[in-house]
Design a protein around this ligand. Structure first.
Ligand SMILES: [Zn+2]
Ligand SMILES: [Zn+2]
Length: 203
């Protein structure tokens, strides 16, 4: 594993700036890997780790930098809970640790550096110096991971009976005997307006 400063340099490059969230994310991921005994997440141990992140903010970019887990490799799972927290799963042992930023860390940062009025700079410095115990809650957990959650899962490709689009990884829903994608089953995040080309069945 690299040092905190080395990871912060990498994170700054990947994220575009250094911020309190980068420091939280880097330290969170380093602590998770340390607890799991994973030393080389980008090299020898790269297939051991699946990471769940619970927020789409700065800290998540930093977690990706340290762990090497990416959405496109299926090793990063996003749960939109709005929490600065992540769970690190060692798939070789089944052990998993969830690490959440403590709500009290903001107040502690203020106590540690009242001389810095600007919040982001105050938190950046304090989050670097703070003891891990003051910064994070650490919890051992179990995470149920069915085969379709693993990188490299090869499953049957299903076609939605309504829109004709293909669905991977068992994300289909069966409703009244019909195989549907989540959108057609009523979970859609968009409202269709018009379509430029018709989707044809891919069978
Ligand atoms: Zn940021
Ligand atoms: Zn559909």
């Amino acid at each position: 594993m690299k040092s905190l400063d080395e990871y912060l340099r990498d994170a700054e490059q990947a994220h575009g700036h250094l911020c309190a969230g980068q420091i939280l994310g880097v330290r969170m991921a380093m602590l998770g890997l340390e607890r799991l005994g994973i030393d080389d997440p980008q090299g020898a141990d790269r297939k051991r780790l699946i990471t769940f992140v619970e927020i789409d903010r700065c800290a998540t970019d930093a977690v990706m930098v340290v762990t090497g887990c990416r959405l496109g490799k299926r090793a990063l799972k996003f749960r939109d809970w709005g929490k600065v927290a992540a769970t690190f799963v060692d798939v070789s042992s089944g052990r998993a640790v969830r690490i959440a930023a403590k709500e009290s860390s903001k107040a502690l940062a203020k106590q540690m550096h009242p001389e810095i009025p600007e919040k982001n700079r105050q938190q950046m410095l304090a989050y670097k110096e703070m003891r891990a115990d003051d910064l994070f809650d650490v919890q051992w957990v179990t995470v149920e991971l069915p085969p379709e959650e693993f990188p490299g899962f090869k499953g049957e490709r299903i076609v939605c009976s309504q829109c004709g689009e293909g669905i991977n990884f068992r994300r289909e829903i069966v409703k009244n005997g019909k195989v549907l994608c989540r959108g057609c089953a009523g979970e859609s995040y968009y409202v269709p307006l018009s379509r430029e080309s018709r989707v044809t069945s891919r069978e």
